[in-house]
Design a protein around this ligand. Structure first.
Ligand SMILES: *[C@@H]1O[C@H](CO)[C@@H](O)[C@H](O)[C@H]1NC(C)=O
Ligand SMILES: *[C@@H]1O[C@H](CO)[C@@H](O)[C@H](O)[C@H]1NC(C)=O
Ligand SMILES: *[C@@H]1O[C@H](CO)[C@@H](O)[C@H](O)[C@H]1NC(C)=O
Length: 341
């Protein structure tokens, strides 16, 4: 009997030795490496967005790392973002941009980003996003009188933007400003009827005092001067209009491309009927989310990388015996930096 046990042990020994080394510890959503990747991803998203506002990180929802060789990894991220008050043309660094509060009617962005890390250098390969405003019901529950986002092509919004820009140009001693895009618009009905608008503008080659503004053109790219206006129009109980505009000054390399033909006066077709500029318009590469499709998981993941599957939320439990002192992988999704909507 003893001989048999010894024999079995002898036979098993080489088999045990053949078991591959455990995969490297998986990344949790709040690990510094995950945060570094998310920062690169968010910078990329903002610098490749052409309309609306800058977004900031709220939560890292998921991360998956696929080693590709000694110094190369492919990283897939799922990110939850929130809209800030900085327009995409604003020179304010993202760190200084304020997140839209819940009561300001927050807009959330969901992004899948594919990155590569080569010799420690991160770069983005593909991004796929969509963004949507929080539901009005959510806000009204907490704040029944809060103004709510309305569609960008709403008649009252268009009238308010046109009037605001006319009033501003009428009083301005600077350049005559033209509208680039309406960024967002909110409406309040109680206790007063108020329209709140925000819009991006650009300086033309005319002064606002000039009579023939029809012949005014936006400054060429090497002199461009973008800006941003906010206006509040009270319609009831008594009429009032407040307009503030700020020009950012020329920013070398920053350009603006119109989002296509305006079909209804001021608002281009792609945003008609919507309350926000959708990140999807600038970020729509299906390669960004290939890791999270089931086909990809099945074919690309090594069978033994149980820990990584757990991180990706596919397999939270497994039957592989764990060594004593096993520490479960850090959780995903990670922490919420601002608020959950
Ligand atoms: C951004 O914030 C930092 C730290 O508060 C401040 O020093 C810096 O001047 C700000 N930059 C801008 C452009 O507002
Ligand atoms: C602005 O530019 C347009 C086109 O180049 C030109 O026709 C117009 O005269 C310019 N206006 C002024 C005030 O320079
Ligand atoms: C805004 O656009 C939507 C979608 O094209 C359209 O159905 C709606 O009538 C438009 N609203 C106004 C006020 O033009």
């Amino acid at each position: 009997m003893k001989a048999l046990v010894a024999f079995i042990l002898l036979v098993q020994l080489p088999i045990h030795k053949a078991v591959p080394a455990a995969p490297p510890a998986p990344l949790g959503c709040d690990d510094p490496e995950s945060e570094a990747a998310a920062e690169v991803a968010v910078d990329y998203i903002n610098s490749h967005s052409h309309h609306g506002y800058k977004f900031t990180l709220n939560t890292i929802d998921n991360i998956r790392v696929l080693p590709q060789g000694p110094n190369k990894e492919i990283i897939f991220l799922e990110l939850d973002l929130l809209e800030t008050t900085c327009h995409i043309l604003s020179p304010t660094p993202l760190a200084n941009c304020t997140v839209r509060s819940f009561t300001d009617h927050a807009v959330e962005g969901d992004c899948d980003v594919k990155l590569q890390k080569v010799n420690g250098q991160l770069s983005v390969l593909a991004s796929k996003c969509h963004s949507h405003a929080d539901s009005s019901e959510d806000i009204l529950q907490l704040c029944p009188d809060c103004p709510l986002l309305i569609t960008l092509n709403d008649t009252e919004v268009l009238a308010t933007v046109t009037e605001s820009l006319n009033v501003y140009n009428g009083k301005s001693t600077g350049a005559y400003l033209k509208l680039l895009e309406i960024g967002r618009a909110k409406m309040q009905y109680h206790p007063a009827h108020v329209v709140f608008v925000e819009f991006a503008v650009a300086a033309t080659n005319c002064s606002a005092a000039e009579a023939n503004v029809e012949a005014c053109h936006l400054l060429p790219d090497d002199q461009s001067d973008f800006g941003f206006c906010t206006a509040t129009k009270v319609i009831r109980p008594s009429q009032d209009l407040q307009v503030n505009c700020q020009l950012y000054g020329h920013q070398p390399g920053v350009t603006y491309s119109p989002p296509g033909q305006a079909t209804s006066g001021l608002v281009p077709g792609v945003v008609q009927g919507f309350t926000n500029h959708n990140l999807r318009l600038s970020h729509n590469n299906p390669l960004a989310s290939e890791s999270f499709s089931s086909e990809f998981s099945a074919s690309m993941l090594p069978a033994k990388s149980v820990a990584r599957r757990a991180v990706a939320g596919v397999a939270q439990h497994d039957k592989v015996p764990r060594p004593v002192g096993f520490v479960p992988p850090p959780p995903c999704p990670g922490k919420i930096r601002h608020f959950k909507i």
